[in-house]
Design a protein around this ligand. Structure first.
Ligand code: AHG
Ligand code: MN
Ligand code: MN
Length: 347
């Protein structure tokens, strides 16, 4: 028999909870419930191509049920996994315009959960990896059953954050502030098993940048200069970067977390505040990035310190290996290339 013990996500969460003798278990239960929702979404993602056979989205299937789009399905699964437990005072989702209250028939609790139920959803029909992103905050409002204030908190206040990537295997990566841990779903037993304890972004890792370069013409000169530099086109970077862009934030981020690199979604002429959402995408991944020794920035400010003013607020995002995020900030601040060349040479 192997001497290695198998650590399920349940065991991992319980063992972490034991370090806090006053813990009620509510927080642990939220994480289990999210893991359960992830398994259900993973199952449906695996069947994605079959929709064409079993009935198109929007159709009524043979059981007389409406076939939902996967992002709507994922949204509903997460809501239903969490709405009745008594642990939450509300939720917010990329798919819902407003704060999502807990239905009156259920008790409320001391946490709220924010999520992007299906990230990269435009990729789904092409069999490309997609994901789910979540973050957990403590209730801070005086409202007895919670309100939007509980969701509009800075990333520094997150008590947990994580994502699931539905790729060649399904992986759940999360942090509660004590390391970043990755679990791989074993489909034969339906359990997430600890496969990547205490993940760290390699430093120096692969020199990879991920950006939608089709937007080059809409970028500011500083952003263009940065990408020209990464590619070695300015003559000041002896070790040009490779480009990797999937177009699913979770998948791009996950690759960079494992191998090193920087993901960028800058502000541009079409999206002057950036495209990605602070609360459902940038802040949770920023907590993971920092927990793994990396960084996340708007280009001028630490993502975790951005004050949210609305649920669907967008931010420019630079995230990944700390040195590369720092480099991006320097370029965006207009630093001279010569100074940069020395820094880069040392990476
Ligand atoms: P979502 O599917 O949740 O709307 O997110 C899509 C996001 C993100 O996953 C990805 O990084 C980005 O959109 C890609 O945008 P472009 O197609 O503009 O590159
Ligand atoms: Mn998304
Ligand atoms: Mn989405």
């Amino acid at each position: 028999m192997s001497s290695r013990s198998v650590v399920t996500i349940e065991r991992h969460i319980i063992e972490a909870e034991r370090q806090f003798p006053k813990a009620t278990g509510a927080f642990s239960n939220i994480l289990y419930d999210l893991a359960l929702a992830a398994k259900m979404i993973a199952h449906e993602v695996r069947r994605a191509g079959l929709v064409d056979i079993l009935g198109y989205t929007g159709d009524v299937n043979v059981q007389g049920e409406e076939v939902k789009k996967l992002d709507e399905y994922a949204n509903e699964v997460i809501f239903k996994a969490l709405d009745h437990t008594g642990h939450l005072c509300g939720m917010a989702s990329e798919e819902n315009e407003d704060f999502i209250p807990i239905p009156d028939k259920f008790p409320t609790g001391n946490y709220c959960v924010l999520f992007d139920p299906l990230d990269g959803s435009s990729n789904i029909d092409a069999n490309v990896s997609v994901g789910t992103i979540f973050s957990v905050h403590r209730k801070i409002s005086d409202h007895p059953r919670g309100c939007i204030t509980d969701c509009l908190q800075r990333g520094t206040e997150q008590v947990a954050a994580g994502y699931i990537v539905y790729g060649s295997s399904t992986m759940l990566v999360y942090t509660t502030g004590n390391g970043v841990h990755g679990f791989t779903l074993d489909p034969s037993i339906g359990e997430f098993l600890l496969s990547h304890p205490y993940m760290r972004i390699p430093n120096p890792g692969q020199r990879t940048y991920s950006v939608n370069e089709g937007n080059y013409g809409k970028w500011c000169p500083e952003q263009r200069r940065l990408v020209d530099h990464l590619k070695g086109m300015d003559g000041a970077n002896a070790k040009p970067f490779s480009a990797r862009y999937i177009g699913s934030l979770v998948a791009d981020f996950h690759r960079n977390l494992l191998y090193g690199g920087v993901f960028m979604y800058p502000a541009d002429a079409k999206s002057p505040k950036g495209k990605l959402r602070l609360l459902y995408e940038a802040a949770p991944l920023a907590m993971i990035a920092e927990g793994a020794g990396g960084k996340a920035s708007t280009g001028t400010q630490r993502i975790l310190e951005v004050e949210p003013t609305s649920l669907h607020q967008r931010v420019p995002l630079y995230i990944g290996t700390a040195e590369y995020v720092d480099m991006a900030e320097r370029f965006l601040a207009g630093a001279p290339i010569d100074a940069e060349a020395e820094v880069v040479a040392g990476v």
